[in-house]
Write a protein that binds this ligand. Structure first.
Ligand code: NAD
Length: 335
């Protein structure tokens, strides 16, 4: 069983998973690239701006030396956000951890290549595809670290590896399921952030529960349409990484993507909102990827298109909502 894990990225989720795995008995190295964040975490054993009131055990080895972080380990967990993952992997010597399973935690799609995170990992590290997995689902770090019951899914090709990872990650308050639908799990976790921005926009515009219910349902329909076109299984979107994460993110006070949308709905500018945030809101860049994937696969994604127009072409949010309501009338079930 794996014992020595390197966690890349000591943001809110990297720290949360470091705490989880250390408490589950693993020896954890936690790598942070940003010098000032590294100093804060190393000296205070916490990062008040990223994860309030959570202190890392002294046995978690916090480092900003990447070579050291990936030396003598048998498991890699990546909590690097999706648009930065490639640049981090590119500076790791090829073959450095060639037999190690890799667990990706990021929820996003690379804007430049439209690739999912497992595809980026396999491409850059030339890693065996069977060793590359993604953990996803409704799992706010704030709640996981407070031992609030949480369930997630780990997806990959190799059932034996997934079973081992399930054991390593699970405890009395963190339950893991396994899935072989890596495409569906990665797309669900990424695309739901676009819908969460839309949910925030509606909240900012003071729309109601009916609107939220409609948005989640129709959001899931367009996420599933794209997923199936890209080779995912439809039923994955009914699972934890699909509807589970979508509901949580659209409704939660912890969601940064919903937060971005809410402030857009209240009339603030995107760059002003993003510059006031200490943590990443993956949905903003994923909106570009979702928009371009919809074009590439010729899939209708009206909510994604409207979010794109609002974020990047200054379309007034109330007009965007109006345009969604005025679309041609159609059957609810797509095939
Ligand atoms: N926070 C959560 O509750 C949560 C839960 C599930 C999944 N996720 C996903 O995990 C990923 C990380 O989220 P987070 O909440 O930890 O974000 P965060 O903003 O708190 O931290 C981001 C981390 O990435 C590092 N980073 C950013 N750019 C980098 C670069 N160019 N090179 C190296 N490191 C870089 C930062 O230094 C920081 O450690 C995201 O994809 C997010 O969607 C987060």
């Amino acid at each position: 069983m794996y014992k020595n894990v390197s966690i890349l990225g000591a943001g809110s989720w990297g720290m949360g998973v470091a705490k989880l795995l250390q408490e589950n008995g693993l020896k954890v190295k936690l790598w942070e690239y940003n010098e000032s964040d590294y100093q804060i975490i190393k000296n205070q054993r916490c990062h008040p701006k990223k994860l309030k009131n959570i202190f890392l055990h002294k046995d978690i080895d916090v480092t900003n030396d990447l070579d050291y972080a990936v030396d003598k380990i048998d498991l890699v967990v990546s909590a690097i956000p999706s648009q930065s993952l490639r640049s981090v992997l590119e500076i790791i010597p090829k073959g450095k951890f060639k037999d190690c399973p890799i667990v990706n935690l990021a929820k996003g799609i690379e804007t430049t290549t439209l690739k999912r995170m497992s595809e980026v990992i396999i491409e850059v590290l030339e890693h065996p595809s069977g060793l590359v997995t993604t953990l996803s689902g409704p799992s706010h770090a704030e709640e996981v670290t407070a031992n609030i019951p949480t369930a997630v899914v780990i997806a990959g090709e190799d059932d034996e590896l997934l079973a081992k990872l399930q054991i390593i990650f699970s405890n009395n308050t963190f339950r893991t399921y396994q899935s072989n639908d890596l495409i569906g799990v990665e797309l669900g976790g990424s695309l739901k952030n676009i819908i969460a921005i839309a949910a925030g926009i509606c909240a900012g515009l003071k729309q109601g529960d009916n609107t939220l219910g409609a948005l989640i349902t129709r959001g899931l329909a367009e996420m599933s349409r794209l997923g199936v076109a890209m080779g995912a299984r439809l039923e994955t979107f009914s699972g934890l990484s699909g509807i589970g994460d979508l509901i949580t993110t659209c409704a939660s006070v912890h969601s940064r993507n919903r937060y971005v949308g809410e402030h857009i709905g209240m009339g603030k500018k995107l760059d002003v909102i993003l510059s006031s945030m200490a943590m990443i809101a993956e949905g903003v860049q994923t909106t570009k990827s979702g928009y371009n994937l919809a074009k590439k696969y010729k899939v209708e994604m009206p909510i994604t298109n409207e979010v794109y127009e609002v974020l990047f072409n200054n379309k007034p949010p109330d007009i965007a909502v109006g345009d969604l309501m005025k679309r041609e009338l159609k059957s609810e079930i797509w095939n």
